[in-house]
Design a protein around this ligand. Structure first.
Ligand code: FES
Length: 144
């Protein structure tokens, strides 16, 4: 696939998550609630997560933000559900490396998350993409 076609595909994946967000809402029985702002724009996310026996069994998000932040939140909740917390944190590190344009561990299938790799070329948008991931990390670290 050419770079242009790949770019178009990635854009479509991002817009699909923005328009049809996965895991939108609030977990009433969530054991963790994390609120986080993007300091550069004031946009916000609320993440609720349920962690049982070291595994993220459910996650939902609410918030207001740009297409990058909301699609990233949708992808993140999709990616961490069913994973143990070590793997969820590992995914977050991989995503952070990807956003910094570093080589990243590709031993885990990243699925839709790869569609966000182009954000690394736009430093002003990196905080948008990492907002939900930082919320997830904060929740897990606070719980431990
Ligand atoms: Fe606010 Fe992207 S512009 S989160």
């Amino acid at each position: 696939m050419s770079f242009n076609n790949l770019d178009t595909l990635y854009r479509q994946v991002i817009m699909d998550h923005y328009k049809n967000p996965r895991n939108k809402g609030v977990l009433e029985d969530g054991s963790l609630t994390i609120n986080m702002n993007n300091p550069t724009c004031g946009d916000r996310i609320q993440l609720t997560m349920k962690v049982e026996d070291g595994t993220v069994t459910d996650a939902k998000f609410e918030g207001e933000g740009c297409s990058i932040s909301m699609s990233s939140a949708s992808m993140m909740t999709q990616a961490i559900k069913g994973r143990n917390i070590e793997d969820a944190l590992k995914l977050s590190k991989i995503f952070s490396d990807m956003m910094q344009g570093k080589d990243y561990d590709d031993s885990i299938d990243l699925g839709d998350i790869e569609a966000l790799q182009g954000v690394a070329k736009f430093p002003a948008r990196i905080k948008c993409a990492t907002l939900a991931w930082k919320a997830m990390e904060k929740g897990i670290n606070e719980q431990e």
